[in-house]
Ligand binder design. Sequence first.
Ligand SMILES: NC(=O)c1ccc[n+]([C@@H]2O[C@H](COP(=O)([O-])OP(=O)(O)OC[C@H]3O[C@@H](n4cnc5c(N)ncnc54)[C@H](O)[C@@H]3O)[C@@H](O)[C@H]2O)c1
Length: 250
Amino acid sequence: MARRLEGKVALVTGAARGIGAGIAAAFREEGAAVYGGDLGVPDGADDHFLHLDVRREDHWQAAERHIREREGRLDILVNNAGVELVRPLPEISLADWRHVMAVNVEGVFLGCRVLHGLMAASASSIINISSIAGIVGYPDQAAYNTSKGAVRHLTKSLAIEFAAHGQPIRVNSIHPGCIRTPMLEEAVDGWARQGLLDRDDPWKDVGAMCPMNRVGSPRDIAMGAVYLASDEAGFVTGIELVIDGGWVAR
Ligand SMILES: NC(=O)c1ccc[n+]([C@@H]2O[C@H](COP(=O)([O-])OP(=O)(O)OC[C@H]3O[C@@H](n4cnc5c(N)ncnc54)[C@H](O)[C@@H]3O)[C@@H](O)[C@H]2O)c1
């Protein structure tokens, strides 16, 4: 059976771990040539892994040159790199706020702006990783909620803009719920230390909060990304794909 991303070229940001690593692995299994980027390059990585701080326009430009020279085009861009901030409003400094916006919002804007030219020659797909926090509010997450709401809406704006200009670039967002990654592990450790979750088995408590009685895995998100990246989703643009085990359906 033909693999679903055979012959396609992809770039995934924040690919060193968590959801980004899961998406990169699934794309490779489906036949894509996958470039990854992150703040650091993992030991043993080849020239398919780039030092790409998504806040840095010059890093994006270097990534564009690297992929153009090797591949001549880009079919799939996954803007996945992101940072979380769980802090009540009075404790969020302007520097904290700007850091979250720089990574989660400006990083996505820069990726789309610098790379869309390399994607415009043939049917291509941009996938922005937002969150259920981009749809509903949570206490102590004003900066993160705002950033993920911005990603959701930037996605819709660019989907319509590219369509209006006849550019064959689809743009969609994915909204993960609770996914077990280092990011969520840090948050869960903190809540357990504060006594908000069972100290011995905090993940059981987190699972019990989810309608399907379990947390998700990077693979759950990667399967949605494979669909949006593939030609099967050729008429899909501007959507928000919620993969959360039912969290926001309540
Ligand atoms: N884990 C969850 O439950 C969950 C839920 C909803 C949304 N998300 C979103 O999914 C995405 C991935 O999250 P995760 O849980 O895998 O997080 P993670 O912290 O485990 O991994 C994030 C990766 O992004 C990288 N990164 C951070 N800042 C960067 C920068 N400036 N430039 C390049 N790379 C950078 C990190 O080095 C890390 O490798 C994020 O956008 C996050 O907001 C996660």
